[in-house]
Design a protein around this ligand. Sequence first.
Ligand SMILES: O=C(O)CCC(=O)C(=O)O
Length: 355
Amino acid sequence: MASTPQDQKDTQAKPATDAPRRGIDADWLQWIAEQRLRNCSPASMLDTMTATGLPAEACRMAIAAVEADPIFAAARRHQQLHAKLSSVAANLQRLWELDPAYTTVERIRKPTREAFIERYVRGCRPVVIEGVADDWPAMQRWQPRTLAQRFGHLDVEVQADRHADRQYERNKLAHRRTVRLADFIGQVLDGGPSNDCYLTANNEALRQPGFAPLLDDVGTLPPICDRSRLAACSSFWLGPAGTVTPLHHDTLMLFHTQLVGSKRWRFVSPLHTPRLYNHFEYYSPIDLSNPDPMRYPDAEGVPVLEVVAGPGDTVFLPLAWWHEVTALEVSVSFSYSNLDLPNHYTYANASISNW
Ligand SMILES: O=C(O)CCC(=O)C(=O)O
């Protein structure tokens, strides 16, 4: 049962609708609340406000009124819960980092199902499996020129005009364009490094009947995959060197097999989420290649795991790990989430904006 105002008497909160807050508009009141939640002192807030020309007495009254407002008391309770959960995550993360090899992404071959589940799925550790694609015809048949010969006449959906938009991944629906695969491959092979155009997982190529033969080129899967769901749960990626998929997390676990070229993967633990300014869906504004500690101080020093996956390597992405992926060469890869384990997770915060 939800607690009543009577239960919550410890807050000492009083309505403050009578505060004379001349010149202190709603934006300022929100600013005051946010600064107080960050433990800014009333004196320093007063200095900042009066430096903009606001009258000191009105500022003092507004600061006191916010502090006494029951809505602010409710915000404080939520903030305390958030702080508690953040410290639980930080304490668990400290245990993970006791491992001297924490920042190394392991490389393994032919894991057994039991060992893989134990160490990487339940242990929640990114890993590269070598040799998964040894028997995949795709290693030869997905070379870009061969793909152009086989499927060049078909249309695909790519993400284009990304240069003009710093938030191209968040805004990916606005960047959708349909192109002929042969034209796109020509552009990738002749155009040099670029992040402007990329055939990403959001394309539905593998659901088109014309592309069905691609799945026949996929051989043995890692030991926790359900082959019967491959067509429904897989994506095909193709792009030039220089594509960057910015820092985000997925809502399921997946494998990503590199067929052509190489990609650099950078990972950040899900337990560091409170430090990643995750104010919109599954995205973080942190650029791990160009950190900005002035703007994002909490992210400073977050340990980053890094690995380069080349042809034949399969990256396992464990639950909720943040990742940023950069293609180092013309790249063709294949991702699949058809695990035969429960693989659907929800993240309740999903779209808190304007933090
Ligand atoms: O390869 C990429 O550019 C991004 C891959 C990725 O984020 C994923 O498979 O979840």
